[in-house]
Design a protein. Structure first.
Length: 545
């Protein structure tokens, strides 16, 4: 056994010696050739991704197993890059994640290293990177500002009201990170107790009357101006929409001397209107003690933020919160417990991935397969950092905190959601946030179709009106009550001028007396939300001459 161990050690030492000798001679043991189709100089939006590829060439006689040294915003696809004999090649494919990059972008790297014997982790003493001209040079490109429609807001007379306009400016955060902050353009700037405050980018105040308030709201920055939209606030007295905190939730861990931030809306039970027609704000209950380093963000009052005290490692801190809605008042208080991790080298990492699901089905996905947790901590869990647009039907499972679950509504067909997630453990703290796209596709089982293979319609009589209701005759599956549909003539087909379809009814005010033959052929299509567009159907109307 001692002889075998000695031989193994000599082999490792010889490999290291050869590597060092090649480095001293100025020879790269492996070299990089950029793929011109996926070049290292590229741009990416702050919510997007881009791909960079290199061909790696083995300049030595030894085989190599290569992985990149960890680099913020960069992930290596398809596992290690494996080289065989001298002159052999492999393709290094990198995904650049815009949401993980700073506003300044990315310059330099990747650093590609020989793996340790485990075949996964990089040996940082055996690494090379591309030349300066072939290194990564990624810039963050913000989209132009544009205004989103603002739903009618509700408020209560003589009660504080706040509407943060950031949610109505598309790409607000992206431009902010790129150093191009938006300026609000609101008219009128003030009326009857409500006014626009540029510092908080909100319309806020206490309305002094009931009725309807009208504003026009726009935004501008150095890149240009967004066309204004109308905003309407209905002020009345009511006692509904009191926020309720969830009984089960995932709490992100914090790290000593690191900035901490959580989205408090993830603690609220979903309710129609919250953050749409009825915004929620949060405050810390002053009746209970809490760490001085924790506070509600001045920029976004739905986030709890702070820089963690360096002496808090391994502890658990408490803070009591109250949620308040514009029309429902204060919630019952909730005391949350935030675990403080103690080993930042064990911070988990979420790999980039995409989700595609079908409308009208149950959603269940265990994300642990995409999480690299060096600590192998049993406390591993997933938390939402932000979801755009809002997804009230999706949540982290109360039984398995790495699972996302929910019932996808049929009307979600075609929507693309951006899920910003973190993985968190009690040992290593929280991962960097990563934005994952969730695409909801049509449910082909719900694609509308005629129940009969050859639908039979009533006969038509020249010189008389004609009327046929597809809904009332229950000709189509899924039926209208289950999945409302719309039937229309197919495009690019010649249609009788005397026949039309209105609200799923086939109508002729008067069938012509002549020149229509014995049969009238129609081409129609059916469309609903969960199943999309049907095939083209051929229908025949028999003429009773």
């Amino acid at each position: 056994m001692k002889l075998v161990h000695l031989i193994r050690q000599l082999s490792i030492g010889l490999n290291a010696f050869c590597f060092a000798a090649a480095a001293q001679a100025g020879i790269s043991v492996w070299s990089f050739v950029p793929d011109t189709r996926f070049p290292p100089k590229a741009s990416v939006t702050s919510t997007g991704t881009t791909t960079v590829k290199y061909t790696i060439i083995n300049n030595s006689s030894k085989p190599h197993n290569l992985v990149i040294s960890p680099q913020t915003g960069v992930s290596q696809n398809n596992g290690p890059c494996s080289l065989g004999s001298k002159g052999s090649t492999c393709t290094l494919t990198l995904t650049i994640i815009g949401s993980a990059l700073p506003a300044s972008g990315l310059s330099g790297g990747p650093v590609l290293c020989q793996t340790h014997p485990d075949g996964r982790t990089p040996n940082l003493t055996m690494c090379y990177q591309p030349s300066q001209t072939d290194s990564l040079a990624i810039t963050i490109v913000p989209h132009n500002l544009s205004m989103l429609p603002i739903p009618i807001q509700e408020a209560t007379a003589n009660q504080p009201f706040v509407y943060n306009l950031k949610s109505s400016v598309k790409f607000y955060d992206e431009n902010q990170r790129a150093g191009l902050p938006a300026q609000g353009v609101v008219n009128p700037i003030e009326q009857d107790g409500l006014r626009f405050d540029q510092a908080s980018f909100s319309i806020a105040g206490t309305p002094t009357r009931t009725g309807i308030y009208f504003f026009t709201v726009g935004a501008q920055n150095a890149n240009g101006s967004a066309a204004p939209v109308d905003m309407q606030i209905e002020v009345h007295v009511n006692a509904k929409d009191k926020p309720v905190f969830k009984q089960h939730y995932s709490m992100a861990s914090a790290l000593p001397e690191q900035r901490y931030s959580i989205n408090l809306m993830e603690l609220i039970e979903p309710q129609i209107g919250f953050m749409v027609t009825n915004q929620i704000t949060f405050r810390i209950d002053p009746r209970f003690s809490h760490p001085k380093w924790l506070s509600i963000s001045e920029e976004d009052n739905t986030r709890l933020v702070g820089k963690v005290d360096k002496y808090a490692a391994g502890k658990e801190v408490e803070v009591t919160l109250i949620a308040s809605s514009n029309t429902g008042g204060d919630s019952d208080p909730l005391t949350i417990k935030i675990p403080i991790a103690y080993d930042p080298t064990m911070k988990p990492v979420i790999d980039a991935f995409e989700l595609k699901k079908v409308a009208g089905t149950q959603f269940y996905k265990d994300l642990s397969e995409y999480i690299n947790d060096p600590a192998h901590d049993s406390s591993l869990r997933v938390v939402f950092d932000k979801v755009e647009p809002e997804v009230p039907w999706l949540s982290v499972s109360s039984l398995n905190p790495t699972v996302l679950e929910g019932a996808i509504p049929p009307d979600a067909t075609g929507q693309l959601f951006q899920l910003t997630l973190r993985a968190t453990t009690s040992v290593g703290g929280s991962s960097d946030p990563i934005t994952i796209p969730l695409q909801i596709n049509i449910n082909k089982e719900r694609t509308p179709r005629f129940k009969a293979a050859n639908p039979i319609l009533p006969m038509i009589y020249p010189g008389q009106p004609f009327f046929y209701d597809f809904v009332a005759n229950r000709d189509i599956y899924p039926e209208y009550d289950d999945a409302p549909y719309e039937i229309n003539f197919a495009e690019e087909y010649e249609l009788p001028t005397w026949l039309r379809i209105e609200e799923n009814k086939l109508i002729a005010d008067l069938v012509p007396l002549e020149d229509i033959g014995d049969e009238v052929n129609l081409k129609v299509v059916i469309k609903n939300i969960p199943g999309g567009m049907s095939e083209i159907y051929s229908l025949d109307l028999t003429v009773m001459n």
